[in-house]
Design a binder for this molecule. Structure first.
Ligand SMILES: Nc1ncnc2c1ncn2[C@@H]1O[C@H](COP(=O)(O)OP(=O)(O)O)[C@@H](O)[C@H]1O
Ligand SMILES: [Mg+2]
Length: 285
């Protein structure tokens, strides 16, 4: 495991002879939007067939990091490779080949309201394959079965609950039988029971089908359930990286504050003070 305190030498892991190459390899990734420095030197190798969870508060660049993996955003500095191929230098046409192999469950997993569930799930097949309608239907049925929503193909997205919509978006993300799925906050906005169904699906897709999973979340319960490895991002850097139990045991204040959901004492005190002032003022009146 590495933490902020480790020397850079300890963080560098040389290649292990005979070990499979990581499915994603990111080196020295930096990205700013105007004066907003979002990613500030990310080095990350993602192992195949495992669930890697990226934790971190809102606005730390988690979604921006995922988007670099499929070339939706280009780095200012650094390199991003998927399965040994540099994606940051590929053209849009070449990126299509990468995107066919990577399922992406976008934050809030929006479905197209103007299409049925079946048409939504079939969409990547229409875009990226030569399958005929019958073959597409068979694939759609297969993945709807996987997410436990067989028989939903004819429904409209608006008829579904939030949890069902998320599972349909997941079915769509895996319909091309990707090597890897990127999940951007897959459980956000769902109640704990529905969130747990998504967790179970992430685990089943990884363990039973060998799909590499990268899960961005701030849901600690979900992270604890699915993670083989946890990373914590803070201000554009990875400040902690290891097995879930190692990360949970880290004494680093920032890590613990995040894991235990505690705001800074100073920020809490400021809120209390502001209320005290308001109450005192209204008492005088
Ligand atoms: N396309 C963009 N253009 C400008 N700023 C962006 C863009 N995408 C993200 N940002 C900014 O980058 C920062 C990190 O965003 P994001 O990766 O979405 O955070 P999160 O960790 O919550 O997923 C935010 O300040 C956001 O406003
Ligand atoms: Mg995000």
């Amino acid at each position: 495991m590495t933490t902020q305190q480790d020397s850079p030498a300890e963080q560098v892991q040389g290649p292990v002879p005979g070990a499979p190459t990581p499915i994603v390899q990111i080196q020295g990734l930096q990205k700013s939007f105007g004066t907003n420095k979002v990613l500030d030197g990310i080095d990350l190798a993602i192992e195949r067939g495992k669930v890697t969870v990226i934790l971190g508060p809102s606005g730390t660049g988690k979604s921006v990091l995922l988007k670099h993996i499929v070339g939706l955003i280009k780095p200012d500095h650094g390199e991003v490779a998927f399965d040994g191929v540099r994606v940051d230098t590929l053209s849009e046409t070449q990126l299509v080949q990468v995107r066919k192999r990577v399922g992406y469950l976008f934050q809030l997993g929006a479905l197209f309201d103007s299409m049925t569930v079946g048409e939504n799930v079939a969409f990547p097949l229409v875009e990226h394959t030569q399958l005929d309608a019958g073959e597409r239907d068979a694939s759609v049925q297969r993945v709807l079965g996987l997410v436990g929503l067989s028989g939903y193909a004819g429904k409209n997205p608006v008829e579904l609950s939030g949890g069902e919509q998320r599972r349909i978006a997941l079915a769509r993300a895996v319909v091309l039988q990707p090597s890897m799925v990127l999940y951007d906050e897959p459980t956000t906005g769902l109640d704990p029971v529905r969130a747990d169904l998504i967790n179970e699906l992430i685990l089943a897709l990884t363990r039973k089908m060998g799909i590499t999973s990268v899960v961005v979340t701030h849901d600690i319960a979900s992270a604890n359930k699915v993670a083989d490895r946890m990373l914590l991002m803070h201000e554009g850097k990875i400040i902690c990286d290891g097995k879930p139990e190692q990360v949970r045991d880290t004494e680093d204040v920032i890590v613990q504050r995040f894991i235990q959901g505690q705001a800074k004492k100073m920020d809490l005190a400021n809120i209390r003070r502001a209320f005290e002032k308001t109450t005192a003022a209204s008492t005088i009146e």
